[in-house]
Write a protein that binds this ligand. Structure first.
Ligand code: 13P
Length: 249
């Protein structure tokens, strides 16, 4: 059985006060034991988030990382630094990184490898634009992004990833993929992973992201190949995020 993972991606939002609010709220509720919850916060909040959530089952993660281990790369943050600040997961290849910061498949792969080298769980983000969907290229684009990384890893490395399907047209737009649309792409991703290894496909957690909210999470999470969510806007409101976590149980 795959344990559902609900990961909040704060993007460049939030504050230390919000970190504290989440820490208090999560200390006061009992999350379903069958759900893993993670919060991907901006770099400067990692340490505080680790402490605020330390007594809870919530793990802390980062939103990107350098592909280099150390050196003269002003402004960059390495995998080892993230680990030292308490991160256990890291998003790689989020569509905002791909489009706004020019990360191509090679850059995404290098970051996945950097994360793995420090025992961080890479959450590999993939997804098509509206234009690509309308041109009926969704599967080609998404599976191409998956293969660009999985082809270059060995079996043990592949098994350590999480994959998040985030249709670009559904991110921050309020326009969610229907459960059927999301399920179809998740099934295609799982089918693609089965070509490497049936056990890999069976065990891989595939998250859906793109305007997941408290009121649509349950029907998305009920799909057989959707094993959790990567939540943007709704992860900034503690009650909404808690409701999504509860609906995964
Ligand atoms: P929204 O939930 O705000 O659409 O963001 C999704 C996302 O990009 C999570 O990584």
């Amino acid at each position: 059985m795959r344990m559902p993972l609900i990961a909040g991606n704060w993007k460049m939002n939030g504050s230390l006060a919000l970190v504290e609010e989440f820490g208090r709220a999560f200390a006061d509720v009992s999350l379903p034991v069958s759900v893993e919850v993670a919060l991907m916060v901006p770099f400067p909040f990692l340490d505080a988030a680790g402490r605020a959530l330390g007594e809870t089952s919530v793990t802390v993660g980062a939103q990107t990382l350098s592909d280099q281990p150390s050196g003269a790369f002003t402004g960059e943050v390495s995998a080892a630094m993230l680990r030292e600040c308490g991160a256990r997961l890291v998003l790689v290849g989020h569509s905002e990184r791909r489009t706004l910061f020019g990360e191509d498949d090679a850059a995404v792969l290098a970051r996945v490898k950097a994360a793995l080298s420090e025992e961080l769980t890479p959450v590999l983000c993939v997804g098509e634009t509206l234009e690509e969907r309308e041109a009926e290229r969704t599967e080609a684009v998404v599976l191409g992004q998956v293969e660009a990384v999985f082809d270059a890893l060995d079996a043990a490395e592949r098994a350590r990833l999480v994959v998040a399907y985030e249709p670009v047209w559904a991110i921050g737009t309020g326009r969610t993929a229907s459960p059927e649309q999301a399920q179809a792409v998740h099934a295609a991703i799982r089918g693609c992973l089965a070509r490497y290894d049936a056990g890999l496909a069976d065990g891989m957690r595939l998250l859906y992201g793109g305007s997941m909210k408290a009121d649509n999470a349950a029907e998305l999470l009920a799909q057989p190949d959707i094993d959790g969510g990567l939540v943007g806007g709704a992860s900034l409101k503690v009650d909404d995020f808690l409701a999504i976590c509860q609906s995964a149980g």
